[in-house]
Write a protein that binds this ligand. Structure first.
Ligand code: PHB
Length: 561
């Protein structure tokens, strides 16, 4: 069904909506959209996967509802259902990407954060305020075993971080009130799944902060002392222009933060250097690293102030048409109002940070009434804010899958695609990368067939690059020796009776980063058959893997192995 073209008179702005349902839900909010968002959030909090029955328990929804929601999300490529388990899928990152692209800060500032991490050999992060929490929008992480490291999209309670007091310098009385209410409702931070729960008074043996020890001066409720401490830290942050985290999250973890201000002089985001007490005390961090953090932040601010707003990026494809077609195909199992509602988030992006209702409707192809109800729903869920008749995504959009998906590797991205390919062509399939300066290839993912005579190569196996089809497509891109027509066919070179066919997998810049291959016994397919029957299947699968890779790597680094 194309969008309903009838222009209906409607109350604007959105506050004009009629009544409220129970629990403060606006009467016009779209229930299936609220439920779909709940499913995505539960999967995110569970680190990316739950069984269908666990999802039923976590959401309180009926099994039939969970089934229809997951079928709809699977159709959109946002989850994958494998037997009884549901997995978040890389495509879902397009929602968080829409927020990060609209925000602009990651693309402008992350090169400076990465350079600082290299210079200091410490982790550097960028965070934005999310109500009374902080949410990471970039991480330049040094791999060290000692501390937990946070992911893009992780939400932390402001008072247990270094960026928190810097954001709190701009809080209104209403913001402080909301924070106090949250502290009272969740004294152990159980709603913040990325941090260890508070252990009041139970582990008072380390650090100088009061979070980990109850101070008798603060009476019987240790939370009072901690909350007073946050007020004091905010005053200090306001006076100094920096703030410390002295093991507020976990023993050993220390951080120092400085605000990055926009042209309006408001805090646009906060840059932090994160270390461990085995290398720096919190105060040592300030002495050793604050000057270099400050000069990096000065360069970030220059970049922000001098770069003009980008031209609007491409609009999404006509998603309303797509959802209509899906409804025709899947019938009752496809919840069109959920799919349509989710497409509203993808209307935002680079050069499109704020949109009017009309612009959202145009960008998505949805009827104004449909777009409007989705916007009301998102505002209610805290995923959208509205001002002057325009709408903008909030950092909370990152809570829709981004943290677990931001850690996905290329072999993990490829695995379900290999499985689908193998089941279509009945041959084993594999992914490989170049190692040893191009001398060898290494298999990083593989799906075997049930055939007795299947070619058996375990993940991790290395082979000489020149002798394999995968090696040849990888070397062709490196500009050496070999020329391919977009694929390589190796006939009984490596081993008698073995025939293999490979195609390249390219990253966002067009570089070949991996090879997708299938290996078959020569008796099963002639060389001609390999090219006519198997090559199109391989090429299609490579396109799907690339599409996921390009979505996943827009704002995060996707490891190739
Ligand atoms: C981090 O980037 O991991 C980080 C930043 C600030 C903190 C704690 C952790 O206070």
């Amino acid at each position: 069904m194309p969008a309903n073209p009838t222009p209906e008179p409607e109350p604007e702005p959105l506050e004009g909506s009629a009544g409220q349902r129970s629990g403060g839900t606006p009467a016009e909010a779209v229930t299936p959209l609220i439920r779909g968002i709940t499913v995505l959030r539960e999967l995110t909090d569970a680190n990316g996967t739950l069984s269908l029955s666990a999802l039923e328990r976590a959401t309180g929804l009926a099994r039939s509802t969970v089934d229809r929601i997951t079928a709809t999300l699977a159709r959109m490529g946002y989850v994958r259902v494998d037997g009884r388990d549901v997995f978040l899928a890389p495509r879902l990152m397009e929602l968080g990407n829409a927020y990060l692209a609209a925000l602009r800060l990651p693309s402008l500032l992350s090169p400076y954060a990465d350079a600082l991490a290299d210079e200091l050999d410490e982790s550097v992060s960028l965070a934005v305020a999310d109500q009374d929490g902080i949410r990471f929008i970039h991480q330049a992480t040094r791999r060290r075993a000692m501390s937990l490291s946070f992911r893009i999209g992780d939400l932390l309670p402001a008072e247990r971080t270094a960026p928190g007091p810097l954001f709190a310098t701009e809080w209104t009385p209403a913001d402080w009130q909301r924070w106090r209410e949250r502290r009272a409702a969740d004294p152990r931070d159980l709603s913040f799944t990325a941090v260890p729960p508070r252990t009041h008074g139970l582990d008072a043996t380390h650090g100088t902060n009061p979070t980990h020890g109850s101070n008798p001066a603060h009476g019987s409720n240790p939370a009072h002392g901690e909350d007073f401490d946050f007020v004091r830290r905010t005053e200090e942050a306001s006076a100094h222009g920096w703030a410390l985290d002295d093991q507020l999250i976990e023993p050993g973890l220390v951080a120092i933060s400085v605000p990055v201000r926009g042209e309006d002089r408001k805090v646009a985001c906060v840059a932090s250097v994160v270390s461990h007490t085995s290398r720096h005390t919190a105060h040592g961090l300030r002495e050793a690293l604050l000057p270099r953090l400050r000069s990096a932040v000065a360069r970030m601010e220059e970049e922000l102030h001098r770069t003009p707003p980008p031209e609007p990026g491409p609009r999404p494809a006509d998603l309303a048409l797509w959802t209509g077609a899906s409804k025709l195909q899947l019938g009752r199992d496809f919840i069109e109002s959920l799919a349509r509602g989710l497409t509203v988030l993808t209307a935002f992006g680079e050069g499109r940070p704020r949109l009017t209702l009309t612009e959202v409707a145009q960008a998505t192809g949805l009827a104004r009434a449909t777009a409007r109800r989705a916007l009301i729903t998102y505002e209610h869920l805290g995923l959208m804010t509205t001002a002057d008749r325009t709408f903008a995504l909030t950092p909370r959009v990152l809570s829709l899958g981004f943290p677990p998906l931001s850690r996905t590797t290329l072999p993990e991205i490829a695995q379900p695609h290999l499985a689908a390919l193998t089941s279509r062509i009945h041959e084993s399939t594999a992914l490989a990368v170049l190692v040893e300066a191009g001398e060898e290839i290494q298999y990083t993912a593989r799906v075997a067939t049930g055939r007795v005579m299947s070619v058996n190569i375990a993940v991790g196996t290395r082979l000489p690059a020149q002798a394999t089809a995968s090696g040849r497509v990888l070397l062709a891109d490196a500009g050496t020796t070999v020329h391919t027509q977009g694929y390589a066919l190796v006939d009984e070179e490596l081993e008698e009776g073995l025939r293999s066919l490979a195609v390249p997998i390219r990253d966002r810049e067009g570089r070949v980063v991996a090879a997708l291959s299938t290996a078959t016994h020569a008796s099963r397919h002639s060389p001609h058959e390999c090219v006519t029957a198997l090559l199109p299947e391989l090429t299609t699968t490579a396109t799907h893997i690339e599409s996921d890779l390009h979505t996943a790597s827009r704002f995060t680094r996707v490891p190739l192995t």
